[in-house]
Design a protein around this ligand. Structure first.
Ligand code: AMP
Length: 279
């Protein structure tokens, strides 16, 4: 793949890249369409599909993460993706089992909060694999989803701190008709769990309406207790965290106002879902 990317680079062919863990849905395909639009018809759009083991903690869902490569390839083909890069663990982390992988990329400020506090090794795995993928694919631009707001902020920081010559584009969250953010993990939501997933986007909507109606900033404590109450009304839902923050710096805000951002993580049964939005 790197040899091909170098050939493209030598010929002046620009590359737009969309990293994913597969089990593709409309959210992923929108990112590929944004990449195409930005890179033009003469450029190459590359989607990677790799369930990266280093961003999962031992207790998480790595082995049962949904996969369907055949379907993914056909979706990529019909979306006009030029190349789907599907590396194997042995290619990405050769010798890891024997302890022969010991270099990581770690963002040390933004990655400590929210998802990073809940999943302490997660972002180190993400930044490391994205840095590797950038080095393999040599993209001119890469598209990430606003669905993972904190991840996109960390990748932007990494690119700026380490001088990756890659433009980062963040594309909006794509939602199901009922407001639930599309996610490969929604597949886990069987039976009466699926309707309960609405609670994340409903809470964001409710908070947004309150902020919009208010004439002055609202305390995060008040909004947090509103969200807690909404989540606890769903029988199988458990709030992991809800944070109000500045969308650029990710710094928590105690006075929440128009332009603030909210992010939350909620367990629906055993499935952990995340969502966020601008207020
Ligand atoms: P994943 O396969 O879940 O690791 O996601 C790969 C990329 O797709 C990330 O940049 C995500 O932020 C993005 N993504 C996932 N779900 C959505 C969605 N519902 N809308 C927009 N982007 C998404």
């Amino acid at each position: 793949m790197q040899r091909l990317a170098r050939q493209w680079q030598r010929h002046g062919t620009r590359v737009g890249f969309v990293p994913t863990m597969g089990y593709l849905h409309e959210g992923h395909l929108c990112l590929a369409r944004v990449a195409r639009k930005r890179i033009g018809n003469s450029g190459k759009v590359v989607v990677s599909i790799y369930v990266n083991p280093t961003q999962f903690a031992p207790t998480e869902d790595l082995s049962r993460y949904p996969r369907d490569l055949k379907r993914d390839l056909s979706l990529c083909r019909s979306t006009g993706v030029d190349v789907v890069f599907v590396p194997a663990d042995a290619g990405m982390y050769p010798g890891k089992a024997a302890g022969d992988f010991s270099t990581h990329v770690m963002e040390e400020n933004l990655a400590g909060r929210m998802e990073g506090a809940a999943r302490p090794t997660h972002f180190r795995g993400v930044t490391t694999v994205v840095a590797k993928l950038f080095n393999i694919l040599l993209p001119d631009l890469a598209v990430f989803g606003a669905k993972d707001w904190q991840q996109a902020a960390i990748i932007k920081r990494m690119v700026s701190d380490l001088n990756f010559p890659v433009k980062i584009i963040v594309a909006p969250t794509v939602r199901e008709a009922d407001g639930v953010a599309m996610s490969s993990r929604n597949k886990y939501l069987v039976g009466n769990l699926r309707p309960q997933a609405v609670v994340l986007s409903a809470a964001i909507k409710q908070v947004r309406a309150m902020v919009k109606a208010a004439t002055k900033p609202i305390s995060s404590t008040r909004l947090r207790s509103l969200v807690t109450k909404m989540v606890s009304a769903a029988p199988d839902a458990r709030l992991d965290y809800v944070e109000f923050f500045d969308p650029k710096t990710l710094l928590p805000q105690t006075r929440v106002t128009h332009g603030s951002h909210v992010a939350l993580a909620v367990f629906i049964g055993k499935t952990r879902l995340i969502d966020n939005g601008r207020l």
